[in-house]
Ligand binder design. Structure first.
Ligand SMILES: Nc1ncnc2c1ncn2[C@@H]1O[C@H](COP(=O)(O)OP(=O)(O)OP(=O)(O)O)[C@@H](O)[C@H]1O
Ligand SMILES: [Mg+2]
Length: 131
């Protein structure tokens, strides 16, 4: 298995998101792993910011948020409150060919890549992208 690993503060997150973009392609489904408050939403927001989306929100209650770019879209899902995510997963798979998808609390192993986020000290996170 190949992986990219980095320790990043909040200040470094925009740069990290721009860097990690090189490893994430259209049709990827990225499973975000990490405890409550690990930084899953914050990471996706930074990723979206690197694509020009500055005003983004958490999908905690909406379950799925979508952002359309010229040739593809970003799907940001959070299954934490979803008992049976089957319909959402069907939707994600149908749209996979022209999307990059991030899933917080993915539950099923439908992802093609996994980003694990672990707190390091008070104000940093360790990011490990497995692919
Ligand atoms: N790289 C980082 N360095 C320092 N703090 C961070 C970093 N990334 C996120 N945080 C902080 O962690 C807190 C929780 O972040 P976030 O809401 O993204 O977590 P989450 O993993 O999405 O949680 P949940 O499972 O509840 O959805 C926020 O206060 C955020 O500022
Ligand atoms: Mg979150």
């Amino acid at each position: 298995m190949n992986y990219v690993i980095q320790i990043v503060s909040l200040e470094g997150l925009d740069g990290f998101a721009a860097f990690i973009k090189n490893y994430i392609k259209i049709s990827d489904i990225v499973g975000l792993e990490g405890d409550l408050g690990a930084g899953k939403t914050t990471f996706v927001k930074a990723f979206l910011k690197s694509l020009g989306y500055h005003d983004t929100s958490s999908p905690t209650f909406s379950i799925i948020n979508e952002y359309s770019l010229k040739d593809f879209k970003i799907i940001h899902a959070d299954f934490y409150r979803v008992g049976n995510p089957k319909e959402f997963i069907d939707y994600i798979i149908e749209n996979k060919h022209n999307s990059i998808t991030f899933i917080e609390w993915p539950k099923d192993d439908i992802y093609t890549k996994k980003l694990k986020i672990t707190p390091v000290g008070q104000d940093k996170r360790l990011y490990k992208l497995c692919m």
